[in-house]
Write a protein that binds this ligand. Sequence first.
Ligand code: NAD
Length: 513
Amino acid sequence: MNHMSTAAIANVSQSDHHPLHFRGKNYDFVEYTTAKNWIHGQFHDAIGGTTMPVSNPRHEKTMGHVSVSGPADIETAVASAKNAFLQWRTVPVKERSQVLYKLKALMERDLEELSWLVSHENGKVYAEAKADVLKGIECVEMGCSLANMVTGQQLDVSRGINCETTFEPLGVCAGIVPFNFPVRVPLWMLPQVLIAGNAFILKPSEQVPFGAMKLALLLKEAGLPDGVFNVVNGTRAVVEAIVDHPDIKAVGFVGSTKVAKLLYERGAKTGKRMLCLGGAKNHIVIAPDADLELTGSTVSASAYGCAGQRCMAASVVLGVGKIDHIIERTVAEAKKIRLGEDMGPIINKEAYERIVAYIDNAEKMGAKVLLDGRNAKVPGAGGYWIGPTILDNMKPEWPAACEEIFGPVLSIVRVNTIDQAIAIENKNPYGNAASIFTQSGGVARYAIERFEAGMCGVNIGVPVPREPFSFGGWNHSKFGHGDMTGMDGFRFWSRERKVTSKWAAQSDQTWMS
Ligand code: NAD
């Protein structure tokens, strides 16, 4: 591989001459293309030739298609990746990282185009789509840094005897990702995978396959050798083919708990490394001393950003004591959200019906609907819209208060003490995120030490540990050991070689002494 100079990176020019340039620059409907498989640096139809439509959720119109692949496509991708791996593993790590420096520059060049593409395929408003791409770029930056961090260790453990550990690649690895962050979630894996020296097969969500297609083109432009990064599109059949394939050594999955658990168990039977991130039910404990303004606006932003379709979204408020003034402020903040401008639609009809059923059911069980997002409409847009919804006086065991809704619905459960709040949080089987809002350091620490959640926040609505920290929940929000991003991610996608050396008996004099 040619070493790329910094001058070459700085010279990346603005361009809209890419093949498959996406022309949308506002929310008007744009027809796009078919997301084909990307194998050995070229697009291919699925071997069976099957495709399925991809909908623009804002307009509920088909914006393109996606290949539906099967086991034969995985065979082809694995063969290409295995071959490419033999070369890529020999490329020095500092040269591998040059591809990521270039990718960062190319993503910045195409930031606007990528963001509009994500907005169209996923439905997120532009600012949220741009955040998806920017956070993806931050993950690429982490990959660039890794080249200077993955030095391994060595020590003379006794006289004349040295132990050394080095990080080695695994071979062909794969990632299976959800619909809600089409660019960012693949980049939770890719930088670590590539820096470790592996080849990769990505299976994007069939609902949002275009972001991954653009990443493939940008990686090629960045100089990644053909076959090191491949995309195979499809649904369950292709996922199962990945998880069962004996030559795929590690699989990262991000999606719902049901599928995460199934795949974790299935993959483990084949002896693969599996790290499967699942769904969530995130709790926010509000203490009576919480700052009014900060809490009201932060809780609203957490619950309704990306229309609640985030695994780190606030879903349940556990209100301790007299917090009516904070709830009123949260309602007021939520009312300010302009549907279509600040908040996008629900991904599809099935998800829409699921979310509305949770609200209907909670109302029937006796919840007080403080804010009702049902029957929301956005003039001129088709699609499935639900506005911010707040359900008060919820019981923790009611479905909307304990199951993942994955929509813009916030349940409020009233409690008298912090211990009652912590007990409810602890009882929930998920364990992605939990936050406490208070002005007392002691109360914050008390709660944080007791939450059954992998990612905790103090006065933070979406406690995502940003790079270089690793991302991952606990309990039913993650199956497998370690976390997904940061240094933990690198450890997942690599294996350590331990070398013990002795070059001469300690008592010996050598010709040099
Ligand atoms: P999903 O589980 O339906 O799909 C995820 C991936 O699995 C997709 O690529 C899909 O094609 C594939 N898939 C779906 N059903 C399958 C099956 N039966 N067998 C094999 N593969 C299958 O998830 P989604 O609806 O795309 O995304 C939303 C879910 O993802 C939510 O539960 C959310 O909490 C979760 N999520 C979790 C995290 C996290 O970090 N923990 C991050 C983002 C999203």
